[in-house]
Design a protein around this ligand. Structure first.
Ligand code: IFG
Length: 555
């Protein structure tokens, strides 16, 4: 064995440790927003019981393995009727010998070790491994699979995952997880057996942008809670995490050249609670964690509206030089940066410069929504200057669809949420992300008895969240105008990771499927049965999901 190989194996052996479980810190109870009858009571909803569905133990009563119940549904699945048994001696082979593939192998091992108790060493392979093992490789990957596609072949002898690019291996690993019994997602050792149905799967995504947004401005959520959410969205092959970092009620990221934005502007939240913010190191930690799951972080600083936290922190950003009080209510549309002052653009430049330097992804979101307190002509000039600043730091500007009123660069992206302005963006040749509030807003109540969330865009039951398509949602927007879709979760009424999970699940897996799977094949009548079979996986992951009566959940 060459010295290099010995060193490689040593590196792998040392790196074979389990990722520490992410603890969700207790969140301080906040008060109900003062004087705002629109806000529902901010306590954990009574109808949000711990899921009654226990994870099916891997024991004898476990249903036979199947290739039928994956979410998102793969492009093509061919079952051959046998089973592969994952057993204690199994090894995860990766090829070629790169740190990136070793890390992907390690990720798979970390997901499978807790429930199986197997060692599952990750070893560099040279050619097909001996029977009983898992083999991850980009050698011979089909370029037609693109960045995220993969081919998964399961025989009684081996699980072989081939991709053109490493991201495809990572997406295929999520499928492998869903082919094992739900108990595989348990954090504690289960009995097994660990069977995987044999067959072949060829899979790749329909849309390039499959996103979820978390608003950490109305209520702040710490690094551990954000990492938990990132782990859950990775399981559904979501590849964009849009983090709404600043709004009227809070500024949530340290900007070294304007420190009061975070220290003062981030000191409270909706309801007057203690707020919080990410140091630049913590933001970088979130970005790196997402990146290791092939998820691009899209940071948003909402401007020129939704800026009360910044205006409260720096009086000079206000036209009259007077800083308003911090805002703990849920009203919107009342604030605006002073577009007449040059210091405003020094501020915008400094903020974008610092965040761009911390963000390896190509996108920087400048918000642009509900700028009702900004003169329309000033709005256009502001967004055009902000767009130029974003471009000067090598990023592509993203904005809510109101930015379509501005001359946009072809590299900019408009996010549809609640009007037909996205049509004007498409008319400029700009791509659109679809986030229709009436379908994709995860802060919309499921029904009138949901205590969390709002209903201004209507009630959104699980079926409503599934029964739409990005290519037909807004007239005049064709498939090739659409970059993809994203499900935003606004946090005016949310305070804990349980609240986040309750509103996001089980609707988010449906959005992930809409973004990934072929359009033609989708139907609610079929999906609801697949979702029902998926319930034990959510339970095994301890996801505090809404058990919609429209889904025949399986025990
Ligand atoms: N609209 C506002 C959000 C949030 C939301 C709550 C957008 C783009 C209502 N803007 O959605 O800040 O308050 O449902």
């Amino acid at each position: 064995m060459t010295l290099l190989r010995l060193l490689w194996l040593l590196v792998l052996a040392v790196s074979c440790r389990q990722a520490p479980p992410t603890q969700t810190p207790e969140r301080p109870a906040a008060t109900t927003p003062a004087g705002n009858q629109a806000a529902p009571p901010l306590q954990t909803p009574p109808e949000n019981p711990t899921p009654t569905i226990a994870a099916t133990p891997g024991g004898a009563q476990a249903p036979p393995p199947t290739l039928d119940n994956m979410i998102p549904q793969p492009v093509s699945v061919t079952a051959t009727g046998g089973a592969f048994a994952l057993t204690a001696p199994a090894t995860i082979f990766v090829e070629p010998e790169t740190e990136e593939l070793a890390a992907i192998g390690q990720y798979l091992a970390d997901r499978l070790r807790p429930a199986t108790g197997f060692a599952l060493p990750v070893v560099a392979a040279a050619g097909p491994p001996a029977p009983g093992n898992i083999y991850l490789t980009t050698v011979g990957g089909d370029p037609a699979l693109g960045e995220e596609g993969y081919e998964l072949t399961i025989t009684p002898e081996a699980i072989t995952l081939v991709a053109y690019r490493p991201a495809g291996l990572f997406r295929g690993i999520q499928t492998i997880r869903q082919l094992l019994s739900p108990a595989i997602e348990s954090a504690t050792a289960q009995t097994g057996p660990w069977l995987v149905a044999t067959g072949t799967i060829r899979d790749y995504p329909r849309f390039a942008w499959r996103g979820m947004m978390l608003d950490v401005a109305r209520h702040f959520f710490g690094v551990a809670e954000v990492k938990r959410l990132i782990d859950l969205i990775a399981y559904y092959k979501i590849n964009r995490f849009h983090i709404h970092l600043a709004d009227d009620q809070g500024w949530r990221i340290m900007i070294n050249s304007w420190p009061e934005l975070a220290t003062y502007g981030g000191s409270t939240a909706v309801g007057g609670g203690p707020g919080g913010y990410y140091t630049q190191e913590e933001y970088a930690e979130i970005v790196a964690y997402a990146q290791s799951r092939y998820i691009v972080v899209v940071p948003e600083i909402d401007m020129p509206g939704h800026t009360n936290a910044a205006l409260a922190a720096y009086a000079e950003l206000n036209c009259d030089g007077v800083a308003p009080p911090l805002h703990t209510g849920i009203e919107t549309g009342f604030s605006s940066l002073c577009t007449d002052k040059e210091i405003t653009f020094t501020f915008v430049n400094d903020v974008i410069r610092e965040i761009a330097a911390l963000t390896p992804g190509p996108y920087l979101h400048i918000g642009g929504d509900e700028a009702l307190a900004t003169n329309p002509g000033d709005y256009v000039q502001f967004v055009e200057r902000a767009q130029a600043i974003v471009q000067s730091y090598g990023k592509q500007m993203v904005g809510w669809e109101e930015i379509a009123q501005v001359n946009l660069l072809p590299s900019s992206v408009a996010q549809h949420w609640n009007s037909t302005l996205a049509q004007a963006a498409a008319a400029q040749g700009v791509q659109v992300i679809m986030s229709p509030a009436s379908r994709a807003y995860l802060d919309m109540k499921y029904n009138s008895s949901t205590s969390l969330g709002f209903s201004w865009a209507g009630y959104v039951e699980v079926e409503d969240a599934y029964n739409w398509d990005p290519a037909t949602q807004v007239s005049g927007l064709a498939e090739n105008d659409i970059l993809g879709l994203e499900a935003p979760l606004w946090s005016e009424t949310l305070q804990t990771i349980d609240d986040i999970e309750f509103m996001a699940f089980p609707r988010l897996p449906g959005h992930a499927e809409i973004g990934w799977s072929p359009a033609g094949a989708r139907s609610w009548d079929e999906y609801r049965l697949r979702l029902a079979a998926h319930g034990p996986r959510l339970a095994a992951m301890a996801v505090d999901f809404y058990q919609s009566p429209s889904v025949p959940w399986q025990p």
